[in-house]
Design a protein around this ligand. Structure first.
Ligand code: ADP
Ligand code: ADP
Length: 227
């Protein structure tokens, strides 16, 4: 669990004349589950990528527990990402897909096995560890993607529309599962979605974004009861 600060964050991509993010501010408490919602192109993914260290921050500071992380390598940030397209490797088993999130050279085999099996237990994937992704349902694949993040024992999860490829029924089930996962791990999570109901039912706080900026921020209760 960590405290996260994004202070006056700006992003201008090379070649663009406009800022994609300008003066974005967020303070997230230990273990908070934060949602970003807003129209396509408003900068949600850009912010996640800057937090993950996959995109440079043009101006401003990103801090974890007070420490400036702008220059930290992605692997030193204690962050795990879950993407919308799962990004699973088709030729690898479920076990290997989950273990891939760890550095096999640095991580000994016994520890890798322990972490993967723990994650598989949490996600109900124990019977599927030797299968390939093609032999899994959409929901199981999504669980493997979550498992890959869990094994990293990260301080912060970044989830970019993780459920948008699933059908409506599965999406509702997975919402509950992710909410439980958040309670169980107590890890900070930032979750990007188009789905207002997802945000209203799962979030501690919701950041409603306008182009590159925070338009409103509050608990679901506060936002729902605002005139
Ligand atoms: P969202 O996730 O909210 O849909 P993005 O963060 O993907 O928004 O995009 C925000 C803005 O930044 C958009 O105007 C988009 O065109 C621009 N953008 C995103 N990625 C790049 C890039 N690699 N190069 C140039 N512009 C980009
Ligand atoms: P390295 O191999 O560079 O020393 P790590 O052992 O920390 O770094 O991680 C191995 C690689 O796995 C990293 O490059 C990381 O980007 C990648 N990776 C795989 N799954 C995830 C995930 N869910 N979240 C973040 N990174 C991941």
């Amino acid at each position: 669990m960590v405290e996260i600060n994004l202070e006056h964050i700006y992003k201008k991509y090379p070649g663009n004349d406009k800022y994609s993010v300008s003066d974005f501010n967020l303070h997230a408490k230990d273990g908070e589950f934060i949602f970003f919602i807003g129209p396509s192109g408003c900068g949600k993914s850009t912010i996640l990528r800057m937090i993950a260290g996959l995109e440079e921050i043009t101006k401003g500071e990103f801090k974890m527990d007070g420490k400036v992380m702008n220059e930290a390598a992605p692997k030193d940030r204690g962050i795990a990402m879950v993407f919308q397209n799962y990004a699973l490797y088709p030729h690898m088993t479920v076990f290997d897909n989950m273990a891939f999130g760890l550095n096999i050279r640095k991580n000994d085999k016994a520890d890798t096995k322990r972490r993967v099996e723990e994650a598989a237990t949490i996600l109900g994937l124990n019977d599927f560890l030797q299968r390939k992704p093609a032999a899994l349902s959409g929901g199981q694949r999504q669980r493997v993607a979550l498992g890959r993040a869990i094994v990293r024992e990260a301080n912060l999860f970044l989830l970019d529309e993780p459920l948008s490829n699933l059908d409506a029924k599965l999406r509702v089930n997975m919402r509950t599962e992710i909410a439980k996962l958040h309670q169980r791990l107590g890890t900070n999570m930032i979750y990007v979605t188009h789905d207002q109901i997802e945000a209203m039912t799962m979030a501690d706080r919701i950041v409603i974004m306008d182009v590159g900026k925070v338009q409103q921020i509050g608990t679901p209760f506060e936002l729902y009861n605002k005139p």
